[in-house]
Design a protein around this ligand. Sequence first.
Ligand code: FES
Length: 101
Amino acid sequence: MRGGLLLANQRFPEVANREWLRYRPAMTKITVLDNGPLRIEGNFTICDASGKEFGLGGRTALSLCRCGKSANLPFCDGAHARTGFQSACPARDLPPPKPKV
Ligand code: FES
């Protein structure tokens, strides 16, 4: 995979970064967009709390609301921009998971 294809924080990664799917078609990529949604691309399903799948109409990319203001939860409808949602989450390393007792 070429460097730079998985850059986060791009406004429309589906346009700039679709090439990564050619290299890793089974991979799912989630991008935390600054002041916006979680952009999901690749192979994925989205289920409700009971396990029932949302019908995604064949989409291989969509955005999940992170601001809580969408009228179409859990999907982003652009309300984050109208409401001034502010949240930047630069990539970082998490500590190892705690051992299960
Ligand atoms: S993140 Fe877009 S409407 Fe909430």
